[in-house]
Write a protein that binds this ligand. Structure first.
Ligand code: AHM
Ligand code: MG
Length: 337
């Protein structure tokens, strides 16, 4: 399924886009070079994971009390060490670091703030199922001569200047937006380049898939249970029942949702009023991307991108996908259906 009419590498694509903006300094282009270099290194580690015997649990526990796998640590280190010396970033925040990641004083600082989940879907590492890297990019809000602080990271999602993800699946795919549509690039390891594979992606208005962890249904609200049951009923117009798809790697479930439509939900439930996913480096980047493709992302009450984050690792319920489906889900949650 070829979605493009021209062959172009990611590097050339970004350079050409930046050339459209008079006064652009080339810093974003340079940032993207560095980030996609990190992605290539992570992809290499993921592909070699079994061979190098690096799959498996370490004894370490991350800031959320979860057991961390080696590849998470490796991916985290790759991003930090690829990005902290480049002079493009002011500060970073990662799922794997409790505190902000400051730029070492021996390196120059830049104007951008990078938030990331180095390896999303970590429960799938050991079983060869797709995992990915999620990132969001902001401009710093502290002055250039000040020490960066959490205000740089705790910005509303709509302030992101770029976001995206890399997916380590049957191929490595890099999907990103700068607020001007969504494009995807597939890595060709034989030439060492990401090549444009989908240009100007739009999510279908309505899909046929729902994606949520039904093992949690005993904890769901009655409204959300009702919505999921409704999706499973046969409708006269033949559009329902929907099919269930749940990988358990948010980034992979959302990639499918982006291309095929439907809804992905990690709802609030009785024991987790804020769901599971992290607002700053999971929900916000994915929400920006889905909105840029014409979809919707909400926490059930408000647009994800309008939420003021209060701490780096806070969680948020997430309902995201095709506009029709997310709106219908909201109607159920608000007892209007
Ligand atoms: P992770 O960042 O530690 O991998 O956790 C986030 C992941 C998401 O990728 C996925 O949507 C979700 O957790 C799956 O959770 P569950 O196993 O509860 O369904
Ligand atoms: Mg994650």
């Amino acid at each position: 399924m070829i979605k493009v009419s021209r062959f172009i590498t990611l590097d050339n694509f970004i350079t050409k886009q930046e050339n459209f903006h008079p006064g652009a300094s080339g810093e974003f282009t340079s940032f993207m070079h560095d980030l996609t270099f990190a992605v290539r290194l992570i992809a290499r580690e993921v592909r070699r994971a079994g061979i190098n015997d690096i799959i498996g649990l370490t004894d370490e526990v991350n800031v959320h009390g979860e057991q961390v796998k080696k590849l998470d640590i490796i991916a985290n280190e790759i991003i930090i060490k690829s990005m902290n010396h480049t002079g493009k970033l002011a500060v970073m925040a990662s799922e794997e670091n409790e505190e902000l990641i400051q730029i070492p004083s021996k390196y120059p600082k830049g104007k951008y703030v990078l938030v990331f989940d180095p390896l999303d879907g970590s429960s799938n590492i050991d079983v060869n199922v797709t995992i990915g890297t999620i990132f969001g990019l902001y401009k710093r809000v502290t002055k250039s001569d000040e020490e960066c602080n959490v205000d740089d990271v705790l910005q509303k999602g709509y302030k992101q200047i770029a976001s995206g993800y890399a997916l380590y699946g049957s191929s490595t795919v890099f999907v990103y937006t700068t607020g001007n549509g969504v494009n995807a690039f597939t890595y060709d390891p034989t030439v060492g380049e990401f090549i444009l594979s989908y240009e100007g992606i739009t999510i279908p208005e309505r899909g046929k898939y729902y994606s949520t962890n039904e093992g949690n249904s005993y904890k769901w609200s009655e409204q959300f249970k009702k919505y999921i049951n409704y999706l499973k009923e046969k409708s006269e117009d033949g559009f329902r029942p929907y099919s269930a798809r749940y990988i358990g790697s948010g980034v992979a479930d959302i990639h499918r949702t982006l291309l095929y439509g439907g809804i992905f939900a990690y709802p609030s439930d009785k024991s987790n009023p804020n769901g599971k996913l992290r607002l700053v480096y999971e929900c916000n980047p994915l929400a920006m991307l889905i909105e840029q493709a014409g979809g919707m992302a909400t926490n059930g009450k408000e647009r994800i991108l309008d939420i003021q984050p209060k701490n780096i690792h806070e969680r948020s319920p997430l309902y995201l996908g095709s506009k029709y489906d997310v709106e219908e889900c909201m109607a159920f949650l608000n007892d209007n259906k």
